[in-house]
Design a protein around this ligand. Structure first.
Ligand code: FES
Ligand code: FES
Length: 206
């Protein structure tokens, strides 16, 4: 038995005209949508030019030049020269870029710099210094809670927010609060230990 080849679709003047009018209708709708999204007169329209904004980072004002699309992560690293906050996935999946915004943790790669204006931003540099470590940084060192260290700034910011919010978090609360921070080296049990140490609790889970 031979298979009949699929026939070429019929092409007629009628079909062409129907298609053309559909395209024209679509274009008209597009124009209506574009007209509806135009700002009201007097509204400010931002383009791709650079704007100088002021961010409050670790208690200090920082002026940075950004586009409207610039993320808080890029504004911190490239504009404010604060490279402790790490760019890892750059798509909200790993927590390496975690900072605090008014005490709440956010992925700075998923936050626009413009949206952080007026908020208090805390980065890893705002927690402690090499000579004067924050208790959470100290606990990470003492518990050996890092290997390559690339996830560590984000981990420490999330861990600090966890203890600030909960005081003495349980292991389950710690796991929930740290669930957005991924460590490729697998240091989780020691991270949990460090957080419990700072929370003043007996260390569970090892
Ligand atoms: S770099 Fe922001 S979540 Fe991974
Ligand atoms: S210590 Fe290497 S990724 Fe966490």
């Amino acid at each position: 038995m031979t298979n009949k080849p699929p026939s070429r679709p019929e092409f007629s003047r009628r079909a062409f005209l129907k298609g053309a009018s559909a395209v024209a209708a679509g274009s008209a709708v597009g124009h209506e949508i574009a007209a509806a999204t135009q700002p009201e007169s007097g509204a400010t329209v931002f383009g791709t030019e650079l704007h100088t904004i002021e961010l409050t980072v670790n208690g200090k004002p920082k002026q940075v030049k950004v586009e409207t699309r610039t993320t808080l992560l890029d504004a911190l690293r490239e504009g404010a020269d604060l490279t402790g906050t790490k760019k890892v996935c750059d798509r909200g999946a790993c927590g390496g870029c975690t900072v605090m915004l008014d005490g709440e943790t956010v992925n700075s790669c998923m936050t626009l710099a413009f949206d952080a204006v007026g908020s208090k931003i805390t980065t890893i540099e705002g927690l402690g210094t090499p000579d004067n470590l924050h208790p959470m940084q100290k606990a990470f060192v003492e518990c050996d809670a890092l290997q390559c260290g690339f996830c560590t700034p984000g981990m420490i910011v999330s861990a600090t927010a966890c203890v600030q919010k909960r005081g003495k978090p349980s292991l389950d609360q710690i796991k929930a609060d740290m669930s957005g921070n991924i460590c490729r080296c697998g240091t989780y049990t020691r991270v949990f230990e460090a957080i419990q140490k700072v929370g003043g609790q007996k260390v569970e889970g090892r």
